[in-house]
Design a protein around this ligand. Sequence first.
Ligand SMILES: [Zn+2]
Length: 151
Amino acid sequence: MERCAECGAPAEPYSCDELFQVLLGLDHARREPWGPLHGVSVSCYLLQHPGRLPADGGARARDLLRAYLEGGLDEVNQVVGRARRGNNHRVRGGSARRAGDGVPPQRGAPRSRFSVTLHEVAVDGSFPAAGFAERVRGWAAATLGEWGRGA
Ligand SMILES: [Zn+2]
């Protein structure tokens, strides 16, 4: 069976990219349970597909997942708020970095496949609401676990 070269999930019947588009569509409808978990979902996806990571090499995505696993969405919102304030400050200071600058995105990225991938979260490709939050939590834990081992 064909597998995703980055996260190791089966590439059939849906590729990771196809599933991610479905998930983004659900997120953007701002409905429960998907909308509030948007930042967590995107962070998991990027960290399991390191070729797509921004210039910080995934540092912010890992902070977000750590916050989620430790304190849930309240903690995530605090991290996001802090990052937003920090970004504004950097922009005003004129030293904002563009994506592609700086840290090579693959540094520290795990090479092995992940025990929980987007495919487990998607179930049948539709990301059912029932148990979604629990599956995302498992996804976050598997993602951070692999990164912790590689760092
Ligand atoms: Zn993948």
